[in-house]
Design a protein around this ligand. Structure first.
Ligand SMILES: [Zn+2]
Length: 214
């Protein structure tokens, strides 16, 4: 398997490419920007894009999805609870001082327990609301990997002060959906370095039993 996670756009949002060299198929998670560069990486590795999966509809995670779809024809997957945010891409662009991309409705709506991804490396959709109402994490059990979007960061958690955010929900999501995964599970976060579930269980200040936040 090809697993590449790299920052894109001015907010350095982490975009992930998962590719199967044998079938020549790939998925991309959170193409927040730089669709041309992402498409070139796929092309260089002879990968055909099958799915564009977006963990949540903040502009820095979804911003390049529409262009990437137009370049590759791959469908866009998003949880329907983030549709209101998708309708406000113009407002988001204004807050962030970024350009508003051409947008389109998602092709497939994600729900808890859905299986997405490639046949050779499927992912289970975990609804992890809190950063936004429709935030999802993608658990690739066979790869020992979860892609957590802006729900969980190394040593921190996603902000909950934006529209649709809820601190109680994000803590509940992390505790019930992410900390229940095996300690050795690697975590690709929406920004910053990778971590593991075990490291966050042990050291994340938001997730300690005696935490002032719980
Ligand atoms: Zn976000």
């Amino acid at each position: 398997m090809i697993i590449e996670a790299f920052p894109v756009g001015p907010l350095a949002s982490i975009c992930t490419i998962l590719g199967d060299e044998r079938s020549g198929e790939a998925i991309v998670i959170d193409p927040g920007a730089e669709a041309n560069r992402i498409e070139r990486r796929l092309h260089d590795k002879n990968l055909t894009l099958k799915q564009i999966i977006v963990t949540h509809a903040h502009l820095d995670h979804i911003g390049g999805a529409f262009k990437l779809k137009s370049l590759t024809g791959a469908p866009i997957y998003l949880n329907d609870k983030d549709l209101p945010l998708l309708q406000k891409l113009g407002e988001q662009a204004a807050w962030l001082g970024m350009e508003e991309p051409d947008s389109a409705p998602p092709d497939v709506l994600l729900a808890e327990g859905d299986t997405v991804g490639l046949a050779s490396c499927p992912a289970k959709v975990l609804c992890t609301p809190g950063h936004t109402q429709g935030s999802v994490s993608l658990y690739f059990e066979g790869l020992n990997l979860v892609v957590a979007g802006d729900t969980l960061f190394a040593g921190s958690i996603g902000r909950t002060d934006l529209p649709g955010g809820s601190f109680a929900d994000i803590i509940q999501s992390i505790r019930t959906k992410l900390l229940t995964l095996p300690d050795e599970t690697r975590v690709i976060c929406g920004h910053g370095p990778m971590t593991t579930i075990g490291e966050e269980r042990e050291g994340n200040p938001y997730l300690q039993a005696n935490s002032q936040f719980v």
